[in-house]
Design a protein around this ligand. Sequence first.
Ligand code: NAD
Ligand code: ZN
Ligand code: ZN
Length: 403
Amino acid sequence: MLEAGAVVLTSWPGRHPIPTGSNPARTDATVVSLGPSVEQWGDDVMRAAIFVGPGAELSVETVEPWAAEGREVVVRLEASGVCHSDLSVMDGNFPGPPPIVLGHEGCGIVEWVGPEVTRVRVGQRVILSLSPVCGVCWHCLRNETHLCELGMPLMAAPRVRRADGSVANALMGLGTFADVATVHEASCIPVETDLPSEQLALIGCGVTTGLGAALNTAAVRAGDTVAVIGCGGVGTSVIQGAAIAGASYIYAVDPVALKRDTALELGATHAIDPADGDPVEQVKALTGGRGVDHAFEVVGNTELMTQALGMTRRGGATILVGVPRYDATLSVPVLPLITQDRTIRGSYYGSSRSMRDFPRFIDLIETGRLDLASMITKRFALDDVNDAFAAMRSGEAVRSVIV
Ligand SMILES: NC(=O)c1ccc[n+]([C@@H]2O[C@H](COP(=O)([O-])OP(=O)(O)OC[C@H]3O[C@@H](n4cnc5c(N)ncnc54)[C@H](O)[C@@H]3O)[C@@H](O)[C@H]2O)c1
Ligand SMILES: [Zn+2]
Ligand SMILES: [Zn+2]
């Protein structure tokens, strides 16, 4: 039921901008609805999976979407990938203040645009970018759009109203575990392709993070040697990026057989099972005792970061992609860092430029060099989103998608 004094925007679904003017829901308790009330939509029209607090499963609820004002866009989601970072929020390892709609790897169709939107138009296909690209901030102007300053204010932006009238945020300002998401236009990357939405969705985080870590952050070159610790959605993307760059040997480390098999299918030359002995020693044995040019940690565990360092050759680079608990620290002996001319680098969102890289990655899929179809091993309906996280925990899925 809408509250007294509610401003109701009645044309839904819209094919034109909603009226201009400030959104009172941002400043007081007045409800602004995009369309008919929740009761009129029925249960299946707008659902969102909300993290309500530590230890709880995601709550799939009927909610009111957020009115798109200014530079905001309403996107009807067609597919959403399930990334470990969502699980990290649920486990309390990554900040995401509840209640918050999870999901940050999505693809859909623009259904409505705010009055100041210029980047996209209604009906256009978009991939939602984990990191927005405002185009004008200090970092965007320095060609570091993955560090766009709009990212911080959007980290937990208010995005839906729950049935009890309270407001829930959306992770990264996206909240893709939903039927509809209201996002900033800076988070929308328009794409022109006939590829399946479930593949495009993965570009929104995991694929861009992994491919970018290999191609942008590490800038792997033909003939380089690479080790990848952790072969989930992001790790297999690092492997594919390294293979596309022409790496010679790619060592894939993962305790789960399915992940090792998929890694081999997607470009790894060797699969290493930690159960067979210390992975550092296994990689050293395979590289004449020297180690690899680039070692990537793609799990989010400081012990494994130390392993990655141990696998890296003198003069090589250790790239940290996995996200550990927010307060984790890494202890590193400094002398070898200097005398062995080593590099340790963090890689956020694959140091990518979404506007440039998304179309590049689509070209690589369309020309058969990048295989996202083989990465998708499970599909779930939004109502079953918790099963997707169970599959991630048990190692049953390389990447799951909500479709
Ligand atoms: N840096 C970024 O911008 C960025 C972006 C997205 C995700 N991430 C992070 O990347 C990490 C991976 O994400 P994902 O979605 O691929 O997760 P995932 O759960 O799909 O994959 C993690 C993999 O690590 C493997 N693993 C577990 N223990 C291991 C061990 N001891 N040795 C080797 N492998 C081990 C698991 O079997 C699994 O295959 C997460 O920490 C996630 O938060 C970082
Ligand atoms: Zn992610
Ligand atoms: Zn910016």
